[in-house]
Each structure stands twice: as structure tokens, then as C-alpha cells.
Design a protein around this ligand. Structure first.
Ligand code: SAH
Ligand code: SF4
Length: 344
């Protein structure tokens, strides 16, 4: 359910303004899972809506819960039978973040990523994207989780900027005060580095957080892991990020998976420092070092020792850096483990 669909329902069923507001309130504030719960609506209208207007355009297929109960992964079935994954995680107590998908699969074929091995099956519609957030809000309510959904990150399956029009429309929907009513600063988009949408984001969504999947700071290494780098090499990426920072003055997050004997040496760290100094103002860049989640690829996780050395080197050279916590590993809900290979 999004603003377009609810407005259509309101007009098709001739709902008066106060009824329309009751319906919006029930769906987007009270997060009802069924029209039965909307007792303010007359029974015959509720029955009709139940039959004709599903609240979500996707349905729960399976839910996995991590052993520490801080991560849930949902397989969600779309109307055409395709399945996507969506994750709800609690990085700190009372804080919940939804990690949502923007495509079924992904065309970018990064060698370390499970979604990348699927190829692109199709783009999601804006409603299929924002309904993942509505799904998790309903889930939180149904399961009596005593906290709100605070943040949304576009870090599930797919490359958001490869489905830019629908993704941007879904961001507008999440920000819409009439429906999802989220602040831009609670929304983050992660990209493998398609450049034009970075410029567009600076204009259209200057307060939405931007994360770049970098993973290597020299072109040969990066192109080997991320074919997208052939078309959008690092000097062009640096230019786009400098432009973005000039426009938005917001922090950018650089994601860097540490891979054993590939990109985890101090020479690699030094290349990263150089790249960061090319992007101005460099102090607005924050590096998230990511522990690799094993997929079927030949890549291996860097040692703890190398990770700490890498981090210390960056910090010594004035780069703000953290090693990112990994949630949801035991249910394959962690980054890069999202793949539904069995698409019927
Ligand atoms: N396509 C977008 C968003 C989805 S990927 C992007 O690439 O940015 C979300 C994050 O998970 C990215 O930072 C991605 O690089 C990272 N990732 C992919 N595979 C991973 C793996 N096996 N282990 C850890 N992180 C991974
Ligand atoms: Fe696609 Fe991102 Fe995975 Fe690369 S890391 S294949 S861009 S989902």
C-alpha cells in the first residue's frame, strides 16, 4: 500500500475525508495487518476491502530468526511468484533497521556477493520496495516488539541505482508525511558506484545517507571484484563524490570488505588513504570495514590481525574508520548473503 493506491481506494469507494483518514491512520500509523482490525470502518466495507484490496502487494513466505533474536530475515513472495529477501535487524537495543531489496537479483555481478551470482531477474516497483517497510512495521507490531522501526537501508538484494526511477519514487513515498512519514536522515542508499544517480541524489535527496561499496582503492583490483568499475572507474567516482559533498555537506560511508590476501595489506590501506585525500573534503568520508561473510566464492575473510592493522593505519592517517558489526550470520541474513536461488 502506498499513497497512490490508497488515494485510488478512497476515490473508487467514495470514502469521505474522515473515513479516508481513519483508513490511512490504521494502515500507516497503527500498522494493522488486516482490515478486520479497523473497527472504525463499517463491516461491509471491511469485507469488500479484504476481498479486493490487499494491504501489502507481497506476502510472507518464510521468516528466519537469528539465535540472538536481533535479526529476522523474511522471504517475501511477490504477485508474480518471485521471491525477495528483506531483513530486520537491531544494531543496538530498541533500534530497528529494515534492510530492503530494490531488485530481484542483481546485474552487477560482484564476485564476492551472493545476490550477484543470481543475475538480474527483474526490477521491483516502488510499492514493492516501500511495502517491505510496511511489512516490517506490521511484523514489529504483531510480535510485540517494544520499539519502532527507526531506519531503512537500501542494502538488500539489488543495485538501487540500476532501478533508479522506482527507488527514488520509493524514497519519496517513505518521506511522505501522509504515509510512511520518515525523515531523510533515517534513510540510506548503498551503491556499487553508478555515477549519474549520485549527482541526482545530491539534488533530489541531499539529506538521505549515501554509502559506496568501494572494496578496493585501485582500478585493477576493483575491476577484478566489481565489473561496474570498468565503466565507472575510481577517478570518476572521486569526482562524483567531491561534487556530492560540495552540494550536501553530508558524510559519505565507504564500505570496504576485507578479503584475505587480496585487499587487506598496508599497501592497500595506503591506496585507500590516497583515494580519500583526492575526494574533498576528505574528513566527510567514513570508512566501514566489513568482515566478509562467506559465500560460495573463492574469497576468504581477512584475519582479525590484518583487519585491526588496516584500521589503525587509516586512523593514523586521519581517516575516520570503524569495523562494522555483523548481524544475522547464522540465518544468511547478513550482507552479501541474500540470494534466493530457487525462483519458480
Ligand atoms: N548493491 C548495493 C546494495 C546492496 S549490497 C551495493 O553493492 O552497495 C549491500 C552491502 O553488502 C554492500 O556494501 C556490499 O558490497 C556488501 N556485501 C556484498 N557481499 C558481501 C559479503 N559476502 N560479505 C560482506 N558484505 C558483502
Ligand atoms: Fe549487486 Fe551490490 Fe551484490 Fe554488487 S554487492 S552484486 S552491486 S547487490
Amino acid at each position: 500500500m502506498d499513497s497512490e493506491r490508497i488515494e485510488k481506494i478512497i476515490s473508487d469507494y467514495g470514502l469521505q475525508k474522515f473515513r479516508a483518514n481513519q483508513l490511512k491512520d490504521a494502515i500507516f500509523n497503527k500498522h494493522v495487518s488486516s482490515y478486520d482490525e479497523v473497527s472504525t470502518l463499517k463491516k461491509d466495507l471491511r469485507e469488500k476491502l479484504k476481498e479486493e484490496q490487499p494491504i501489502l502487494c507481497l506476502e510472507e513466505h518464510k521468516i528466519y530468526k537469528s539465535s540472538d533474536k536481533r535479526t529476522y530475515k523474511a522471504l517475501l513472495k511477490l504477485e508474480d511468484g518471485r521471491i525477495i529477501e528483506s531483513v530486520l535487524m537491531s544494531p543496538k537495543p530498541d533500534h530497528w533497521t529494515a534492510c530492503i531489496s530494490s531488485q530481484v537479483g542483481c546485474a552487477m555481478a560482484c564476485t564476492f556477493c551472493a545476490t550477484g551470482t543470481m543475475g538480474l531477474l527483474r526490477n521491483l516497483s516502488s510499492e514493492e520496495i516501500s511495502d517491505q517497510v510496511l511489512f516490517w512495521r506490521q511484523f514489529i507490531k504483531k510480535n510485540g516488539i517494544d520499539a519502532r522501526l527507526n531506519n531503512v537501508v537500501y542494502m538488500g538484494m539489488g543495485e538501487p541505482f540500476h532501478n533508479k526511477t522506482k527507488v527514488f519514487k520509493s524514497v519519496d513515498e517513505l518521506k511522505n508525511p501522509e504515509t510512511f512519514n520518515m525523515g531523510s536522515r533515517h534513510i540510506s542508499i548503498s551503491t556499487s558506484g553508478l555515477l549519474k544517480p549520485i549527482y541526482e541524489m545530491a539534488e533530489r535527496f541531499p539529506q538521505v545517507n549515501l554509502a559506496i561499496s568501494l572494496h578496493a582503492a585501485n582500478d585493477v583490483l576493483r575491476s577484478g571484484m566489481m565489473p561496474v568499475n570498468d565503466n565507472f572507474p575510481l577517478d570518476k567516482l572521486a569526482e562524483a563524490l567531491t561534487h556530492y559533498l560540495a552540494k550536501t555537506k553530508r558524510k559519505i560511508f565507504l564500505e570496504y570488505i576485507l578479503l584475505d590476501d587480496e585487499n587487506d595489506s598496508l599497501k592497500n590501506a595506503d591506496e585507500l588513504v590516497d583515494l580519500i585525500h583526492k575526494i574533498k573534503p576528505s574528513k566527510l568520508l567514513h570508512v566501514n570495514l566489513i568482515v566478509y561473510n562467506q559465500t560460495d566464492s573463492a574469497h576468504r575473510q581477512a584475519s582479525r590481525e590484518n583487519a585491526v592493522k588496516f584500521k589503525d593505519y587509516l586512523i593514523k592517517n586521519g581517516v575516520s574508520t570503524t569495523i562494522r558489526k555483523n548481524l544475522g550470520r547464522d540465518i544468511d541474513g547478513a550482507c552479501g548473503q541474500l540470494a534466493v536461488l530457487d525462483q519458480k
